[in-house]
Design a protein around this ligand. Sequence first.
Ligand SMILES: NC(=O)c1ccc[n+]([C@@H]2O[C@H](COP(=O)([O-])OP(=O)(O)OC[C@H]3O[C@@H](n4cnc5c(N)ncnc54)[C@H](O)[C@@H]3O)[C@@H](O)[C@H]2O)c1
Length: 331
Amino acid sequence: MTGGSGFIGSNFIRYILNNSGHIDIDVTNVDALKYGSNPENLKGLEANGRYSFVQGDIADYALISKIIANADAIVNFAAETHVDRSISTPEPFLQSNVVGTFTVLEALRKFNPKAKFVHISTDEVYGDIVEGSFNEDDALKPSSPYSASKAAADVFVLGYTRTYDLNACITRCTNNYGPCQFPEKLIPKTIIRASLGLKVPLYGTGQNVRDWIHVEDHCQAVEAVMNNGQPGEVYNISSKAEKTNLQVIKTVLDCLGMDDTAIEFVEDRPGHDVRYSLDSTKIRQDLGWRPRHNFEQGVEETVKWYTSNEVWWKNLADEKVLSPAPWKLDW
Ligand SMILES: NC(=O)c1ccc[n+]([C@@H]2O[C@H](COP(=O)([O-])OP(=O)(O)OC[C@H]3O[C@@H](n4cnc5c(N)ncnc54)[C@H](O)[C@@H]3O)[C@@H](O)[C@H]2O)c1
């Protein structure tokens, strides 16, 4: 696993080690410990004999080759992930997301071409869609440096899979929420700012639509692809909980017993995608995956997690991270 110290990766590690019945799986987590990571996410696992951690960069070919040579499966979560940061400071996105994925592919083809490779991508590679939903064959039309770097990685994975006959799959998931998400993201930022008595910023008119999925549902989908995904296939993952940003923020405020007066409309960020929507029929039909979480209940549990785990976010949530316009700052 790469990027296992971040939000989704750490939830995936805990899921695999604790819940999925995979007692035969040992996990090696390679993570560079960048901003999205938090060692607290994996606290307690140090003593687990099935878990080991290597601090390192996926663009470090010597390191990655050594680890990949001994793996049965590689799940690549590692990435620079914050769209706002990619607008003011794009270069690290090219390095981690494109050069990093390329390095993993090079190591795979030379040292372990038969290993299962699951590359974690995003719905953002398709760009936005006003009506209808994207399926896996639709064109990639990214709108930000972040999504452009993820789309570039995807086409490298597809090209390598065909040329070198790799056993690789790509997953493209919608917006995740749940425990351990970095405080700069919409739901945690709303919870934290509102709890601190600060205004909750909302870009533009708040009408941009995202399809929200609980992180545990995403983890189960990745598990399904790891176990049964077919070589060269792309799998969209979505739970069909499309909400405007305004609806999301209102749901969070409602859970906190607060109303809309906490909201402050702020300048929209450049290139802001209007709506994301994925058709996930393929993973449901071919791999039998289904999301299990209901949005309102999942958000309520997430709000409870953040309000009872202040020690997790206290040191991360500085003024810059909680900024109403992170895309204007240098990172
Ligand atoms: N969060 C979402 O809503 C969402 C939705 C769809 C897809 N994704 C994808 O899922 C993956 C994980 O996202 P996340 O939200 O958990 O992100 P995150 O920022 O919380 O975690 C990313 C992790 O990758 C590590 N990392 C970054 N660059 C690295 C490098 N060069 N070498 C090694 N480690 C590196 C970071 O230290 C961090 O621990 C990403 O690939 C992202 O594009 C995220």
